[in-house]
Design a protein around this ligand. Sequence first.
Ligand SMILES: C[S@@+](CC[C@H](N)C(=O)[O-])C[C@H]1O[C@@H](n2cnc3c(N)ncnc32)[C@H](O)[C@@H]1O
Length: 372
Amino acid sequence: MSETQSHDGPRTTTGRIPHGPFRPGDQVQLTDPKGRINTITLQPGKEYHSHKGAIPHDTIIGSPEGSVFRSTGGTEYLAFRPLLTDHTLRMPRGAAVVYPKDAAQIVAQADIFPGARVIEAGAGSGALSCFLLRAVGEHGLLSSYERRQDFADIARGNVERFFGGPHPAWRLTVGSLEHDLAETEIDRAVLDMLAPWECIDAVAEALIPGGMVCAYIATTTQMSRIVEDLRSHGAFAEPYAFETMLRSWHVDGLAVRPDHRMVGHTGFLVTARRPRHRPHRHRPDLRHPGQRPARRRARPRHRGIDHIPAPHRRVAPQPAETAEPRRRTHPRHRETPGPAPTTPPAGPPPAHPRHPPARHENRMGRLRKPSR
Ligand SMILES: C[S@@+](CC[C@H](N)C(=O)[O-])C[C@H]1O[C@@H](n2cnc3c(N)ncnc32)[C@H](O)[C@@H]1O
């Protein structure tokens, strides 16, 4: 976010001043020697109280960030302003939030840039909105859609608490993105919801050529559905699906090892770009420019009874003169023409070899006994 200089220090157009001495209204994280964190909002005349004694807010106001304060009980507290990662992990939640590791990937992989016009759904608790607003800056646009009024209220509270007031680039609409989307000429669309495929049509309409959609989903079945739907929609280049894992480390003298506990799973990300024209049938893989796209294996087509091995195929014996040679239609398999068909004998037509009267096929091409 750009800043303008004032006698008070660097100032943003929102109320939050992210550095300099502590001011009334600032959020402050007080960390005790055991690493326990308490977050307070500075108000002149108030005191922070714990079972380890009190600290008057007035002693904190005006002090440089990173100062240590001693409580009346003698415990020392280190004081910092919360980072955005602290804010998102500690914010009041309505819906589940996007974790910082995924928010960082969304900003990077969806290429959210200062001044970008971005749409987002759903706003949920506003965690991802904070990251996106930081990335687009005050001259960009983040238009967030949230179906639920109660979640929208929580999101607004969390965003305004972090930025110290309304953010000039933020528009929050209570409604469904697929029905209420008002923006056009959008650079990026970020979807974090149960059924992002419901928004594909609206997003495809709103994105500019070269724009990008990024979906954050929690399960493999959702990932499969959004990838297949983006592919078959026709307005997007080949989607890219991935996840990130973050493992923190314990580093203490010779004991240098991964931490025993980690967040094993949060979600998957799928990105896809919007070409100017509908991509050709063989779409270029835009993740790796210059490389040939991976060849997709053709789905095996259902071949009816033909794929059942002959010994299991009970075919009624045919009189030699009525058995026709097998015809292959594909030119590469075309054979020299067989003998001319003989005139059928008089009487009822013989049973077709694929449909013997004694047995029936079901839909899967398997044989079943006729019902009695
Ligand atoms: C997992 S939460 C989003 C969390 C949010 N990204 C955050 O970091 O705090 C999903 C939200 O999407 C909302 N939602 C679901 N479908 C939607 C739609 N079609 N349009 C707008 N919001 C939708 C839900 O009400 C829910 O609040």
